[in-house]
Design a protein around this ligand. Structure first.
Ligand code: FDA
Length: 303
């Protein structure tokens, strides 16, 4: 109930506008968002690399409303790629297809993403294509496939809560496209996704094994300690080398687990968001854990 309400609110434009421009909200977002500027973001990534933690940079934004806005997002990501390379960081970037125009047209989005992936390949890094609501999945995978064929240097995201994901992973594995597996963060109808957390967790573990066995450089993206423990146990039994895959987590969540995995010899990459358009991302983080809302409310009362 709380999750649905927060996900519903995450799409309200009036609330978004108010929250993103109000000064009281800024200190509250600090836990999940690295900063407002690229300089702040790069400083965080540098600090993480010093601790042997890799990053994927997200310039917050989604659902652009015009071709010009989509091109501005593309240009901002081109600058980010150049700055990552100039700073000598081993980071990738993560982009949302609707931030690059998918809701306006598939060709527009393909053109924007192609420019990013081409630059990423030149700079020896990669673009990770986040997955959004289920209505975009088919189009997003078509784009991933097209850019992979032309340039490589791309990673797809698959959501374990969708019924279709096993088939999608089989297709991506056969094409040699790296996958980031996540549970899924959007409000989906029961006709396309498992509504119960237990079923999503079971699906996540099954798909993890499918990826570790047949995938290319897979990323297992979760903070779920039980799933992570089962993944490392299962990989060891199958003699799958710890560095042939990576764990990914979100900036600000389960720092203890991130450091433990690094100490145990696993590759860990954090998803590090920055920018002014933080509201929908922030609301999805609250929806994942109701305790975050209580924590937030306490801070608001104290302010
Ligand atoms: P689960 O929700 O079961 O949480 C397990 C434990 O992790 C909790 O008990 C708690 O300790 C901790 N935890 C989880 N979320 C927390 C939070 N918000 N605050 C505090 N603690 C928390 N989704 C999507 O639809 N498309 C995408 O492209 C991506 N991309 C992405 C990249 C990366 C690197 C990650 C880690 C996640 C995503 N996601 C995503 C989000 C994903 O779908 C999912 O919503 C979150 O990862 C939360 O699910 P967990 O797997 O952590 O499990």
């Amino acid at each position: 109930m709380m999750r649905s309400t927060l996900l519903f609110l995450s799409r309200r434009r009036w609330l978004r506008q108010w929250m993103e421009t109000s000064s009281f909200a800024q200190p509250l977002t600090r836990r999940f968002i690295a900063g407002r500027t690229l300089d702040e973001e790069l400083a965080v990534c540098r600090r993480l690399e010093a601790e042997s933690i890799l990053a994927t940079l997200d310039h917050l934004g989604e659902n652009v409303k015009s071709v010009e806005e989509s091109r501005a997002s593309r240009d901002s990501y081109l600058r980010i790629l150049d700055r990552i390379s100039g700073a000598g960081l081993r980071a990738t970037v993560s982009v949302k297809p609707t931030q690059l125009g998918l809701a306006l047209g598939e060709d527009l989005c393909l053109e924007n993403i192609s420019a990013l992936v081409e630059r990423a390949r030149l700079l020896a890094t990669a673009v990770e294509i986040d997955m959004e609501e289920s209505e975009y999945v088919e189009r997003t995978l078509r784009i991933v496939d097209a850019v992979h064929q032309r340039f490589g240097s791309v990673r797809a995201v698959i959501q374990a809560y969708l019924f279709r994901s096993e088939g999608d992973i089989a297709r991506l594995n056969a094409a040699g496209i790296p996958v980031r597996l996540v549970k899924g963060a959007y409000r989906e109808p029961h006709t396309v996704a498992w509504p119960r957390k237990g079923d999503v967790d079971t699906s996540f573990l099954r798909l993890t094994k499918q990826l570790l066995e047949h995938g290319t450089d897979p990323a297992i993206a979760t903070h779920d300690a039980a799933i992570i423990a089962e993944t490392t146990r299962w990989a060891a039994v199958r003699s799958i080398p710890p560095r042939s895959f990576e764990f990914q987590m979100l900036y600000g969540i389960r720092r203890d687990l991130q450091r433990q995995l690094v100490a145990d010899g696993y590759r860990v990459r954090l998803y590090v968001p920055y920018g002014d358009a933080w509201y929908p991302y922030f609301m999805r983080r609250l929806a994942e854990r109701p305790a975050n809302v209580i924590f937030l409310a306490r801070n608001l009362l104290r302010a």
